[in-house]
Design a protein. Structure first.
Lengths: 169, 225
């Protein structure tokens, strides 16, 4: 299984925090500004970035390929915001930092503690269904017709099962 | 980007300094909290005064802030330190050596978010054994400067980090759940030399404070050589 990791980090130093935890011998990493390996990939992960980094929001045109993709995609935090925006959902100001209780149904898990680190949240789900949320934020969504997921929390912290389930699914 | 590193002089913040000082970023200051509470949840305390020598050797300015180290007031003091660095050095981001501690990382992320600063944690989620091996490979000279967990005892104080020590720490992890990189506060470390050090720290005089699996290797006199 070839996993393409797409970095949304505008500062290389952030990649140690948001990209490196997912890398292994089955993955390749591309920055969204220079995509080379979409054809190689079986599945695609779009990473998060530093909470102060909003560059991806001014470069949404670099993600237009998502509209036509038939491969499974998982967006994390900024990655989730990107997939949401591409399919017509909206963002709201929504700061959440630290461990939060998330409930719903994500890959059959009904409730869990998750590490939140975001200042934008998703609203107006449009083409998505809600899978899980905390008291203050939507935390997991799935496109109604495609295998495109978004999670606002950071599964690299204490919830690595999310990526494992995405890869198995 | 101009960055300030939360710097204790231990292995993680020293390694984070090296990683942060490259590419599009420049570390313009090291920020040290001097906590009077030896049991601080947030800050490393043994030999914190040695950060002055380390900063000199690294050729980076040091900025310090005292704190009584009470659980929430130390966060106000930390915020003060970061604000001072913003004002004096124009930092745009803060770097930490956090590896796994959500407690530490969350508190620093919140302060950065309030102050409109970037926050970088270049060691975040790194495998503990791999972290120790990388430090050795890069030529860091590190000693154990504090211990606070069974079965660590006074024999560990002042010991140099070597490959065989890493193996011992892995055994302790399997047997007693001691985090091999000391992330749970099981031990504290002190960096004496590293790839970015212009001079090495030489310890001329030290003493041990030890009682019941808790102790400190106290450096009484040191110089750059």
């Amino acid at each position: 299984m070839n996993l393409l990791i797409i970095s949304t980090c505008s500062n290389k130093l952030s990649e140690r925090e948001f990209v490196l935890p997912f890398e292994n011998k089955h993955t390749r990493t591309n920055h969204y500004s220079n995509l080379r390996d979409i054809d190689w990939a079986d599945k695609i992960l779009i990473t998060g970035t530093a909470i102060a980094d909003n560059d991806y929001l001014t470069n949404l045109d670099k993600f237009e390929w998502l509209s036509d993709i038939s491969k499974p995609v998982l967006g994390i935090c900024s990655g989730a915001q990107i997939v949401a925006l591409v399919f017509g959902a909206k963002l709201i100001k929504n700061v959440e930092i630290g461990m939060v209780e998330v409930e719903g149904n994500l890959f059959d898990k009904k409730s869990f503690q998750a590490y939140a680190l975001h200042q934008n949240g998703i609203s107006n789900l449009n083409e998505f269904e809600l899978l899980a949320k905390s008291n203050d934020s939507i935390h997991a969504i799935k496109h109604k017709l495609k295998n495109i997921y978004g999670v606002i929390f950071h599964p690299e912290v204490r919830n690595k099962w999310v990526l494992e389930k995405f890869i198995e699914a | 980007m101009k960055l300030g590193v939360l710097f204790s002089g231990g292995k993680d913040s020293t390694f984070a300094t090296e990683l942060a000082n490259s590419g599009q970023n420049e570390v313009v200051c090291l920020m040290s909290m001097k906590s009077e509470n030896k049991a601080s949840y947030m800050f490393h305390t043994p030999n914190i005064d040695l950060t002055e020598l380390q900063a000199e050797s690294l050729g980076i300015s040091l900025i310090t802030q005292k704190t009584e180290g009470k659980k929430e007031s130390e966060l106000i003091d930390l915020r003060r330190l970061i604000q001072k660095s913003q004002k004096e050095f124009g930092i745009e981001g803060v770097v930490t050596g956090a590896v796994e501690s959500v407690y530490q990382a969350t508190r620093i992320q919140k302060i950065c978010s309030d102050l409109n600063l970037w926050c970088f944690n270049p060691l975040w989620q790194l495998n503990q054994e791999e972290l120790l091996n990388q430090l050795l490979k890069r030529g860091y000279e590190i000693i154990i400067s504090g211990i606070a967990a069974y079965p660590l005892d006074e024999k560990w104080l002042g010991r140099k980090l070597t490959k065989s020590m890493i193996n011992e720490l892995i055994e302790l992890k399997d047997k007693y759940g001691v985090n091999p990189a000391g992330e749970g506060g099981e031990f504290e470390s002190l960096v004496l030399n590293g790839p970015n050090f212009k001079k090495k720290i030489q310890i001329n005089k030290h003493c041990l404070e030890y009682k019941n699996h808790s102790g400190v290797f106290v450096v009484e006199d040191a110089e750059l050589k």
